[in-house]
Ligand binder design. Structure first.
Ligand code: EPZ
Length: 438
């Protein structure tokens, strides 16, 4: 029995409608981290026992990856809204279902997990957000160092190794996905693996902690050198996922954009350091507590420059959101996207709301305006969709946001959470798409 509706059943013509102008006030509770969950759930494949994963966000991407494991034969049962029990011992074939896999980027983690467990894997070429080329050459480079060969046949990537043995990988670019995948393939390989120029995101550390809770030997996660001593077996475990730093940052920016006063609770403040620092530079007041931050904005927003970088730099997954905020700041701001080739597709949608932004390659120049106006817009990808909500909350008038399945991929109960903060926001079902511009 499928435990989740298939992907297709979820995509009716839904729109988020926002009447802007309300200041956000109150407390929002942050869910588990999407990018940790979509790495840890495939990692369960490496276990020889049942794993209980807690604090999982109830979002499309997580449900999809859980569905893939279920279709591969794993026993997946939902204990409650945020907890899954997964028994991977019934997975017999290292092949992932094509039709779901190709829709999401994180499905590439199945390669590392299946290779690590079965010494072979067949997975569809990954999908995910569309902002430029999303290569996996560094993933394959790491697999090759461990002794695996690969081929691509009819859209499926096949990787295979007679024997996985540890090796020394120096990543040409800092890649979250490659770091995750090489960790997954290496934890049960014979001998030691060293990953240099590794990604240091919080979700990399969370994955390492999860693997070690199963009996792996992963050291140095969170630094740019990760050392892994392979072990023969990994046991079942119970593990709780870290809070989502990007969801938290999104609500922090929304509070600032509306001139509100919001407590963002269930956070790890250290994971928010670059976001907090940038918001303070823009003139937002942020008070830090044990596991929460309070975000207030009473004065005018100030312009500033932003450059996205791998952690601990300013996260690329916060770039659309901060750009939406800067579009109503005083003065001219410059946003440089240094991680992805083309992560400014949302700018055309913001300009429909009156933003004044010019994009040249990886740089956007934003001339702050006094006020945005509601308009019919699209969510061009997950974080762009979040930026549309932020702009709509601050705008005058009504905004219809289409293609919101992108937003539902990564934000749990987004309409409910914003509504509880006082936003005039609702989800509507419609059979006629917004009268789109010609
Ligand atoms: C992860 O994507 C995240 N996705 C992305 O978040 C995030 O934007 C990105 O890391 C950077 O932080 C998940 O964790 C599921 P990368 P990933 O490999 O792993 C180049 C969101 O909004 N590269 O770190 O695909 C690549 O082109 C999503 O939650 C290679 O050249 O990103 C990019 O320029 C969107 N070769 C840079 O490295 C490779 O083999 C960083 O990519 C791999 C990557």
């Amino acid at each position: 029995m499928l435990i989740y509706p298939s992907y297709g059943e979820c995509c009716n013509l839904k729109q988020i409608v926002v009447n802007g102008g309300n200041r956000l006030n109150g407390t929002v509770h942050i869910s588990g981290a999407k990018n940790a969950a979509v790495a840890i759930i495939p990692a369960v494949i490496l276990s020889d026992g049942v794993c209980r994963i807690e604090n999982i966000p109830n979002i499309m991407d997580v449900n999809l990856i859980a569905n893939i494991l279920h279709e591969m034969g794993a026993r997946v049962s939902r204990v409650n809204k945020t907890t899954l029990d997964i028994d991977p011992t019934y997975i017999r074939r290292p092949v992932a279902a094509y039709d779901i896999v190709r829709r999401m980027r994180a499905s590439s983690y199945l390669l590392g997990a299946l290779l690590g467990k079965f010494s072979e894997a067949q997975v569809a070429l990954p999908g995910g957000c569309d902002f430029g080329v999303r290569p996996i050459d560094q993933h394959l480079k790491g697999f090759a160092v461990l002794g695996a060969t690969h081929s691509v046949v009819q859209g499926m990537i096949n990787v295979k190794a007679d024997r996985l043995t540890g090796g020394h990988v120096y990543l040409d670019v800092v890649s979250v996905g490659a770091t995750v995948n090489i960790m997954l393939a290496a934890v049960r390989a014979e001998g030691r693996t060293i990953i240099e120029n590794a990604a240091k995101e919080p979700h990399i550390v969370d994955l390492a902690n999860f693997l070690n809770s199963m009996g792996a030997d992963v050291r140095g996660a969170g630094t740019d050198v990760i050392k892994i001593n392979g072990v023969k077996h990994l046991n079942g475990t119970t593990y709780s996922i870290i809070p989502d730093q990007i969801e938290a940052g999104t609500y922090m920016v929304a509070a600032a954009a509306t001139g509100g006063d919001v407590i963002v609770s269930n956070v790890i403040t250290k994971h928010l350091e670059s976001i907090t620092a940038k918001l303070r530079e823009i003139g937002v007041q942020i008070d830090e507590y044990e596991d929460a931050v309070r975000v207030r904005r009473t004065d005018e927003l100030r312009r500033c420059n932003v450059k996205t970088m791998p952690h601990p730099g300013f996260p690329t997954d916060m770039q659309p959101q901060i750009a939406a905020l800067l579009s109503i700041a005083q003065g001219t701001s410059i946003v440089t996207e240094a991680v992805w080739d083309n992560r400014f597709r949302y700018v055309e949608e913001l300009k429909r709301m009156g933003a004044v932004i010019s994009v040249d390659g990886k740089v956007a120049v934003i001339e702050g305006v006094k006020e945005l106006n509601g308009a019919p817009v699209k969510a061009t990808d997950l974080r762009a969709g979040a930026a549309m909500i932020i702009a709509a909350l601050a705008a005058k008038g009504t905004t219809h946001i289409e293609d919101i399945e992108h937003i539902e991929r990564g934000y749990e109960d987004v309409v409910e959470k914003f509504s509880a903060l006082g936003a005039d926001i609702r989800l509507i079902y419609t059979d006629d798409p917004i009268a789109r511009r010609a």
